[in-house]
Design a protein around this ligand. Structure first.
Ligand SMILES: Cc1ncc(COP(=O)(O)O)c(C=O)c1O
Length: 285
C-alpha cells in the first residue's frame, strides 16, 4: 500500500534501506509498483547492522519519493538505536511492526509509520498506520478503495468491518502501558534491562555464544545468537523448551537462536533464560 499511495504519482524513485529480511521484502513489493532502489544494505555482511548516519546521508538521493526503513528487523535482531538519520526533507516511511510501542517514537519525523500489532501492541488482525496529512494528496485517483489510505481516513478506520476484538485488546494494552507501566519511557527502560540481561551473557565469555548483530545495532526485541555448532543449537533449543522456554529456534532463513522478548515478556522470563544460558554454557563450553 505504501508504494501504491506514495510512488505512483511521483517522479523520483522510492529508496529502501535494507537492513534485514523484512526491508528486503518491502523493497521487492515496491519494485512491482514502480521505481524502487536499494539505497543502502549490508546484505553481504548478512545484515548485522543499521547504517551509520554518514553512510545513510551519502546514499540517499535528494529527489526520492520516500525513504523506507525497518526500525527493527525481527529476524536478524537488528534495530536502529534511535531515529534513522535521514535528512529533514526526506519523507521517511517506517515499518515499525516489531518495535512499535516498545519505546518512545517521535512520529513527527515520519511521513508514514505502519506496524502490525502482533508483537508489542496486541493480537494479529489489526495494523496501525500513521500517515502525515499532506501525503494523502499523492494517492492516484484510481486506486482500489481498500488500498487507498484516504478511505481509512475518511471513514475513521471503519470503512469495512473492523476486527473489534483485536482493537479492544490493543486498547487494553495501551491503557496498561500508560497506567501500569508508566508510559513508553518506562517501557523502554524495562526493555533495555531485559535485553542487557541476555546480551551480558553473550559478552561475558566470548566464543561460546556469538551475537549476530553488531553491538551498536543490537535489538531490544529480538536477541539473536549462534552456538559453536548447529548440533549444540538444537540441544539448546530442546533443553530450553523442556524448561518451559519455548520458540527459541532462530528463523529458518538465518538459523541459530532467537529470543524474542517483546513488551509482554516479563523480566523474570528473561532472567530464567539468562540463568539457563549460563548453566548450558558451563556444561558444554
Ligand atoms: C518488521 C516486520 N514487518 C512485517 C512483518 C509481517 O507482518 P504480517 O505477518 O502481519 O504481514 C513482520 C512479521 O513478523 C515483521 O516483523
Amino acid at each position: 500500500m505504501v508504494p501504491m499511495n506514495l510512488l505512483r504519482t511521483f517522479d523520483g524513485a522510492a529508496e529502501y534501506v535494507v537492513t534485514g529480511s523484512w526491508g528486503g521484502r518491502a523493497y521487492r513489493e515496491a519494485s512491482k509498483e514502480g521505481a524502487a532502489r536499494v539505497a543502502w544494505t549490508n546484505e553481504a555482511e548478512r545484515f548485522v547492522r543499521t547504517p551509520r548516519a554518514e553512510e545513510l546521508l551519502e546514499s540517499l538521493a535528494s529527489d526520492a519519493a520516500y525513504v523506507h526503513v525497518t526500525t527493527n528487523e525481527t529476524i536478524q535482531g537488528v534495530e536502529y538505536a534511535g531515529h534513522p538519520a535521514t535528512p529533514e526533507s526526506a519523507t521517511l516511511v517506517a515499518d515499525a511492526s516489531s518495535d512499535f510501542l516498545s519505546r518512545p517514537m517521535d512520529v513527527s519525523r515520519y511521513g508514514v509509520v505502519y506496524a502490525g500489532a502482533q508483537k508489542n501492541a496486541g493480537p494479529a488482525g489489526v495494523t496501525i498506520v500513521l500517515v502525515r496529512d499532506d501525503l494523502l494528496a499523492r494517492a492516484p485517483a484510481d486506486l482500489p478503495t481498500m488500498m487507498d489510505f484516504r478511505t481509512y481516513v475518511a471513514s475513521q478506520s471503519v470503512y469495512n468491518t473492523p476486527p473489534v476484538f483485536a482493537i479492544y485488546v490493543l486498547s487494553l494494552v495501551t491503557r496498561w502501558l500508560l497506567d501500569d507501566v508508566g508510559g513508553l519511557d518506562a517501557m523502554l527502560m524495562r526493555n533495555r534491562r531485559k535485553a542487557e540481561t541476555l546480551y551480558d551473557v553473550l559478552d561475558e565469555v566470548p566464543g561460546f555464544y556469538r551475537g549476530h548483530a553488531s553491538p551498536e545495532s543490537r535489538s531490544l526485541m529480538n536477541v539473536t545468537f549462534r552456538l559453536p555448532s548447529e548440533e549444540l543449537e538444537a540441544t539448546f533449543v530442546a533443553e530450553a523448551s523442556q524448561g518451559g522456554m519455548v520458540e527459541l529456534r532462530g528463523h529458518r532463513s538465518v538459523g541459530g537462536v532467537r529470543a524474542s522478548i517483546y513488551n509482554a515478556m516479563p523480566v523474570e522470563g528473561v532472567r530464567a533464560l539468562a540463568a539457563f544460558m549460563r548453566e548450558f554454557r558451563d556444561r558444554h563450553a
